[in-house]
Design a protein around this ligand. Structure first.
Ligand code: AP5
Ligand code: MG
Length: 214
């Protein structure tokens, strides 16, 4: 099954993708996680990406599309994928169409996790991400049993550099300007599933399950 998750920063794309991968037997492909890994490894792409991420701006389309195209070649994508944070521009959506045509496959569902901006600053400033397994805790909504330690793998939790309020506001603007038009783009193919992302993590997952029938 081929799925895209669209939603503003903090909507819960990563949280929901992690709850779907085992059930659906497909990988989560998070372009944000891929860029953070490149930043950690200090690659040339990582340095370029960090500049954009710290400003709340998007990494250039050519860089992102090449990276995703390469990721699709890995064997874990044979049964499909959950794209988390890609595509984010119309240019990226068109490039994805071409990649999928080349692969002889197509999208099944575009799941839009809809959350108003007012909720998102609290979600993002309270997020604590695991350095080991990338699981996202939240100090209020999903607190770890032990402060600063991931429940899932025991590694240290950290706060993302782009989870500062000023950067969050810029990321929200970038989402509304450049990414939300994709909802209309995919609307034409009748594959958009709108989900109320203000509910609890469990209820959002149940609604997604119902919407995609799996
Ligand atoms: P990316 O890492 O994708 O960040 P994002 O889109 O801003 O989204 P987040 O990861 O911040 O939020 P999320 O929706 O995954 O929420 P989460 O589940 O963690 O991208 C980062 C940067 O990389 C971009 O700004 C850009 O620069 C670059 N980039 C990435 N992809 C790119 C692309 N395609 N093109 C160009 N540039 C790109 O949840 C958030 C918190 O809320 C967590 O603490 C969680 O526990 C909590 N939470 C989740 N759901 C709920 C709920 N239902 N109720 C209460 N709390 C909840
Ligand atoms: Mg995420």
């Amino acid at each position: 099954m081929n799925i895209i998750l669209i939603g503003p920063p903090g909507a819960g794309k990563g949280t929901q993708a992690k709850r779907m991968i085992d059930r659906l037997g497909v990988p989560q492909i998070s372009t944000g996680d891929m860029f953070r890994a490149a930043v950690k490894e200090c690659t040339a792409m990582g340095l370029k990406a960090k500049e954009c991420m710290d400003k709340g701006a998007l990494v250039p389309d050519s860089v992102v599309c090449g990276m995703v195209d390469e990721r699709f070649q890995k064997p874990d994508c044979v049964k499909g994928f959950i794209l988390d944070g890609f595509p984010r521009t119309l240019e990226q959506a068109k490039s994805l169409d071409e990649i999928l045509t080349k692969m002889g496959t197509k999208l099944d569902h575009v799941v839009v996790i809809d959350v108003p901006d007012d909720f998102l600053v609290e979600r993002l400033t309270g997020r604590r991400t695991c350095k080991g397994c990338n699981y996202m805790h939240h100090i209020k909504f999903d607190p770890p049993k032990k402060d600063g330690v991931c429940d899932k793998c025991g590694a240290e939790l950290y706060q993302r550099d782009d989870d500062q309020e000023a950067t969050i506001r810029q990321r929200l603007k970038t989402y509304h300007d450049q990414t939300s038009p994709l909802i209309e783009y995919y609307g034409k193919a009748n594959i958009v599933r709108m989900i109320d992302g203000t509910k609890s993590m469990e209820d959002v997952q149940a609604d997604i399950k119902k919407a995609i029938g799996a």
